[in-house]
Design a protein around this ligand. Structure first.
Ligand SMILES: [Zn+2]
Length: 355
């Protein structure tokens, strides 16, 4: 290539840079354009050895001048871009913090009017606690991390018991258990209440954790509520009455119930408490109970004598009953939420006021 050809090509590169640099929108774009142009210009230096000796120094000069021209123009565009950015920022910040918030009268008031609400879980836990405290129960908060002894051993679930598997328990590396059920509080609550009142009327509210795959009905984290009563004459009849009363208040409807036999290691006898579905009435096919007409929502029973003994209570003198239910399930039934994930995965609809 002759020097004149190279010069023409160099001028083209510079010209292209001058044009393109007018169109960039950011410093980043500008710096990319600048660097690629300078790279193209420097590449012409490779032609030097191929030129006649008298042209060699001249080409070096031409390339250097071209690079200088690009750099200078880049500087100009850069300061112009920065000014523009500040200009936009200033415009965005044109706030008059002294403006009354319905300047010009209520008609011109244009802020969005959105009403928030407590999350259904929070709201319903408060409602449940309110009902039980009115019935004379004390309230305890569950532990989120516990040891084998309270989660299993004291509740008649020895290390080889299949229930430990069935619950898909999590363990921490240190061997602690993110609690699988709120029953881990039973022993503690009985001890505490017996010491204070010589009888037990208590509920426990807590978060529980199981190694479950997340789907519409299952979550690895959920809430439970546990009830414990220990008195000299606690009976199955009192248990059923307590549950029926609570659920009738909770669903704001007089409910029929039925009892099914069930097995839990820490109660004897154990039962499942089902109430009639409160949603079937106006619907032929009910999505809440799946057409069964019953909601089996509470596991319960008379506290096993061994569990009472483990809590330091004489089972010959005292009797007890206990129950547990998933708070989420109850909330889902009450509000016809059919996917448990809606409760835990930032669904904004959960934070609008209940109608
Ligand atoms: Zn139903």
């Amino acid at each position: 290539m002759q020097l004149d050809d190279i010069r023409r090509k160099i001028e083209e590169v510079v010209k292209r840079f001058l044009e393109e640099s007018k169109k960039v929108h950011s410093l980043e774009e500008l710096s990319k354009l600048r660097n690629s142009s300078i790279r193209s210009l420097k590449a012409f230096l490779a032609e030097i050895p191929k030129l006649a000796p008298e042209d060699r120094a001249l080409l070096g000069k031409i390339v250097n001048n071209a690079i200088l021209q690009v750099q200078e123009e880049a500087e100009k565009v850069s300061s112009w871009l920065q000014e523009k950015v500040f200009d936009i920022k200033d415009k965005e910040l044109e706030l008059d913090i002294t403006t009354p918030w319905f300047k010009g009268g209520l008609e011109s008031y244009s802020l969005p009017l959105e009403q928030g609400a407590l999350h259904p879980i929070t709201r319903e836990i408060e409602r449940m606690i309110e009902i039980f405290t009115q019935m004379g129960f004390d309230v305890y908060l569950g532990k989120e991390l516990d040891i084998d002894k309270y989660v299993f051993d004291y509740l008649n679930i020895p290390p080889d018991h299949p229930a430990r598997e069935a619950w898909d328990t999590f363990y921490t590396e240190e061997g602690y258990i993110p609690t699988t059920h709120t029953s881990n509080m039973q022993i503690r609550v009985i001890r505490d209440q017996m010491k204070k009142h010589n009888e037990v009327y208590a509920i426990v509210v807590g978060k529980t954790f199981r190694n479950e795959e997340l789907d519409a009905r299952h979550s690895h984290t959920f809430y439970q509520m546990e009830g414990v009563v220990v008195t000299e004459d606690a009976s199955l009849g009192q248990l059923l009455y307590t549950l029926k009363t609570f659920l009738s208040y909770y669903f704001r409807k007089e409910l029929r119930y039925k009892v099914l036999p069930a097995h839990f290691p820490f109660v004897e006898p154990g039962l499942e408490f089902a109430v009639e579905c409160v949603f079937c009435e106006h619907e032929s096919t009910c999505s809440v109970c799946g057409g069964k007409k019953w909601l089996e929502i509470v596991g319960a029973g008379m506290i096993h004598p061994q569990v009472l003994k483990n809590a330091g209570v004489d089972p010959k003198k005292y009797k007890g009953f206990a129950w547990g239910f998933g708070i989420d399930r109850l909330v889902m039934s009450k509000h016809k939420i059919d996917d448990i994930r809606d409760l835990y995965q930032n669904n904004i609809n959960m934070l609008t006021p209940a109608r």
